[in-house]
Design a protein around this ligand. Sequence first.
Ligand code: SAM
Length: 218
Amino acid sequence: MLERHTMPRYQAIARPCAEAVDLAKRVLETHPDPVMAEVGIGIGATSLALAQTLDKRGTLWLFDYDFRVNELQADLAGLGYHNVEIVSNSQRTFDSYGWTLAMLTRRCRVDQPGGMFDFIYLDGAHLYQYDTLAAVCCKELLKPGGYLLLDDYDWTIAKSPTMRPSQNPSVLTEYSEEQIELSHVEMICSLLLDTDPAFEQIPLGYRDVEHRRAYRKS
Ligand SMILES: C[S@@+](CC[C@H](N)C(=O)[O-])C[C@H]1O[C@@H](n2cnc3c(N)ncnc32)[C@H](O)[C@@H]1O
């Protein structure tokens, strides 16, 4: 999978998320062996950067479709990064990381009631039907003091080069006009995170359009 980082057709997802790497470094200042997660790995650009930042310390958990996480785990192992755990789901229509996160959250309630992650980067489908449950679980899975970073705060189906109705008319039968026009991640943040006193927003330095949003759990 990592060989795709230099292929022109993958250019849009070949650069690591700088904010994720910055937050990972911040976590490492106080936790020598942190547990981090990336939900939605793409071609592994940020996963590789997180593995390099961890430099074989702690554990990196990766969530995505089975074919993606299996391939990336093997590639990272080939580079000497063996501290990678994968959680996979199938490609069935309603299967997703939301479900696998929910199963993990229920297990964590028993095994690690104080939470298991110091940092989670949530960067999956940015659609409410998957990401609402995922955000609920990420909140609970974070340890106190942990960071949650959500990608695509400004993303909408209407703006998406691949999903917008002109490119993909079937979205008109799948989503309402409101669901096409509004950002699902912004909706999730406003309902589940902005109003939760246990989550403090961490400024990321955006001047106008906010592309990502980060929180710290108290
Ligand atoms: C934008 S990419 C992630 C990019 C990556 N975080 C990075 O920084 O390079 C979104 C990812 O979400 C995953 N995804 C979307 N819907 C999913 C679903 N229902 N189940 C599992 N993974 C899903 C895709 O397979 C894809 O890898």
